[in-house]
Design a protein around this ligand. Structure first.
Ligand code: ZN
Length: 483
C-alpha cells in the first residue's frame, strides 16, 4: 500500500505540473493522457482490491492503517463505476460535444460565456429569452445519450452494492442522501421570503432571475482594485500568523478558463494558485477562497496519498472558510469603508449569493430525481425545480442536458451548497469561541488544528462536529443569509 500510494503521489505531482504548463503555455500537454491512464489503472488495480478485501473489516491493530483500508475500499468502489470503460467512453463523447458546442442567440452564434453574460447583463428581456432558449438544440442532441449514461452509472453502482449512483457518489463523501435533500430544501424554504423580496415580490420569467439578482446589484468595484490584491492578501496572512514568503504557496495571475484554481502539485512544498481576477469585492473573496484551498493543502500533516486526500465537498468547505473572512464587516472596513458602507457592500452581494445557492440546490435535487427515473420527463422536472427554487415561471423548454456538470461532474452540485453550510457553521463556532475572527491569529490556528492537519485521517463530518460541537446543519448559514 505504501508503494502504491507513493506511486499515486508521483503521478499526481507530474500531472499537476503538466496541467500548470498547459495553462501557462496555452497548449495541450500530450503526456497527460498516459499519466491519467496510469492513475486510473492504479485506482482499479486488482492486486490492491484483493489486499483491501482481505483486510476490510479486520482490525490491523493500527487505527490509521484501518482508516487507509476503509478509504481505499471506498475509492475502489467509486473507481469501479467512474473508471468503467463504457462509462468513460460515453462521458468523453458527451463532454466533447459540450466543449465544441456553440449557441445560436437570435441569429448570432456565440460561446457559452456570451450566453451567460447575456442572461446577466442584457437589458432587453427578449434578448435574454433568446439566450436562455439557445441551450435547446444542444440539450436535445445530448438528451438520449445522457440518459443512457445515467442508466449505466446506476447499473454499475448497483453492481458494487449501492442503491444507485446518487447514493454511491454521496456515500463516497460520507453523505447520506436524505440528509442532503433535507438540508438543501430547508435552506431554500428558510430563505424563500428574503429571496422573493429581492426579486421584487413577484414571479418573473426564468431569463429575468440572473439579470435582476446578479447584473444590477453588484457591490461597487472601485474600492477593491486588482492591483492591491496580493499585497492585501499577504498583509492579512502575516496578521494571522502565516508566513506567505515561506508557505510553499505561489500565486499566479493567468488567463485561465475558470475564475480561479488551486493546484496542490507537491504539498506542502509546492501549491500554486491560478487566478484571472478583475476589480471588485467578489474577486477578493475568490482569492481568499483559492488561498483557503492552498492553506488546506499545505496545512495537511498526513504523509500518505490516501490520508492526504479529502472529499471535494470538504475541500470547498475549507476554501469557503477562508472566503467567509471577506464577508465580515471589519474585513471590508479595513479598505477604508465606514461601518455603514461595509454593511452595504456585504448586503449588495446577498441576492447573487442566494441565487448561487438556490440554483445549485435546484440542480442537485433535479439530478437525484433524474437518476431515480432516467426515463422520466426530465425537461419538465428541470423546469419544475427551477420554478420552485428560483421563483420563476415554469417553462419546460429543453435545457437540462446542456448542463455540463451532469456529464462531467455527476452528483457534484450539492457540494457547493454544503461547503457554505459547513463554512457558516465553522465561522459561527469560531466567533463564539474567539470573539473577533479577522485580525486574530487564533482563528487560523483553529482551522489548522481542527481541520487541515488531520487531513483524511478523520472523516470530515466528524471534524466539523468535534470542532463546532454539533452535527452539520444549515442553521448558521440560514441565519447569515438574513432569514
Ligand atoms: Zn474551490
Amino acid at each position: 500500500m505504501d508503494g502504491r500510494e507513493a506511486h499515486l503521489h508521483d503521478i499526481r505531482a507530474a500531472l499537476g505540473r503538466l496541467q500548470f504548463q498547459q495553462y501557462a503555455e496555452k497548449r495541450p500537454q500530450p503526456d497527460m493522457a498516459a499519466l491519467e491512464a496510469e492513475q486510473a489503472a492504479l485506482q482499479r488495480d486488482p492486486a490492491v482490491a484483493e489486499a483491501v478485501a482481505q483486510w476490510q473489516g479486520r482490525d490491523p491493530g493500527d487505527p490509521l492503517l484501518a482508516r487507509r483500508v476503509e478509504l481505499w475500499a471506498a475509492s475502489l468502489r467509486k473507481a469501479a463505476v467512474d473508471g468503467d470503460p463504457e462509462v468513460l467512453r460515453l462521458r468523453r463523447e458527451l463532454a466533447d460535444d459540450l466543449v465544441a458546442a456553440r449557441y445560436d442567440v437570435g441569429g448570432r452564434v456565440v460561446e457559452l460565456g456570451a450566453v451567460r453574460d447575456a442572461l446577466r447583463k442584457e437589458p432587453d428581456p427578449e434578448a435574454r429569452r433568446h439566450a436562455w432558449l439557445s441551450l435547446g438544440p444542444l440539450s436535445r442532441s445530448l438528451d438520449a445519450r445522457l440518459r443512457a449514461l445515467m442508466r449505466l452509472r446506476n447499473a454499475r453502482a448497483r453492481a458494487v452494492g449501492a442503491a444507485g449512483y446518487v447514493e454511491l457518489a454521496l456515500g463516497h463523501s460520507g453523505l447520506a442522501r436524505p440528509h442532503v435533500e433535507t438540508t438543501l430544501r430547508r435552506l431554500c424554504e428558510a430563505t424563500d421570503e428574503t429571496f422573493t423580496r429581492l426579486l421584487g415580490g413577484r414571479r418573473v420569467a426564468p431569463w429575468d432571475v440572473g439579470y435582476l439578482l446578479e447584473g444590477q446589484a453588484a457591490p461597487p468595484a472601485d474600492r477593491f482594485p486588482r492591483a492591491d490584491m496580493l499585497p492585501r492578501l499577504h498583509a492579512w496572512a502575516r496578521q494571522h500568523g502565516l508566513d506567505p514568503e515561506r508557505s510553499g504557496i505561489s500565486i499566479h495571475f493567468i488567463d485561465i478558463p475558470y475564475n480561479g484554481l488551486s493546484m496542490p502539485i507537491d504539498p506542502p512544498r509546492d501549491v500554486r494558485v491560478l487566478l484571472n481576477p478583475g476589480d471588485g469585492h467578489l474577486y477578493y473573496k475568490l482569492l481568499w477562497h483559492e488561498y483557503g484551498h492552498a492553506l488546506h493543502a499545505t496545512g495537511n500533516r498526513q504523509t500518505t496519498a490516501v490520508l492526504r486526500q479529502e472529499p471535494p465537498v470538504f475541500n470547498e468547505a475549507m476554501a469557503e472558510s477562508l472566503a467567509f473572512f471577506t464577508l465580515e464587516p471589519d474585513w471590508v472596513a479595513a479598505f477604508g469603508a465606514t461601518a455603514t458602507e461595509a454593511e452595504a457592500t456585504i448586503r449588495a452581494g446577498l441576492g447573487a449569493w442566494l441565487l448561487w445557492l438556490r440554483t445549485r440546490s435546484a440542480h442537485a435535487l433535479f439530478e437525484y430525481r433524474a437518476y431515480d427515473d432516467p426515463g422520466g420527463d426530465l425537461d419538465g422536472w428541470y423546469a419544475e425545480a427551477e420554478s420552485r427554487y428560483l421563483g420563476c415561471d415554469h417553462d419546460p423548454a429543453p435545457r437540462w442536458a446542456a448542463n455540463a456538470w451532469f456529464t462531467s461532474y455527476p452528483v457534484y452540485w450539492q457540494n457547493y451548497v454544503l461547503a457554505d453550510v459547513a463554512a457558516a457553521q465553522i465561522h459561527a463556532a469560531m466567533r463564539a469561541r474567539l470573539g473577533r475572527v479577522n485580525g486574530n491569529p487564533e482563528a487560523i490556528a483553529f482551522l489548522r488544528e481542527q481541520f487541515w492537519a488531520p487531513g483524511g485521517s478523520v472523516d470530515w463530518q466528524v471534524k466539523v462536529e468535534r470542532a463546532t460541537g454539533r452535527p452539520l446543519d444549515a442553521g448558521d448559514l440560514i441565519a447569515r443569509l438574513g432569514a
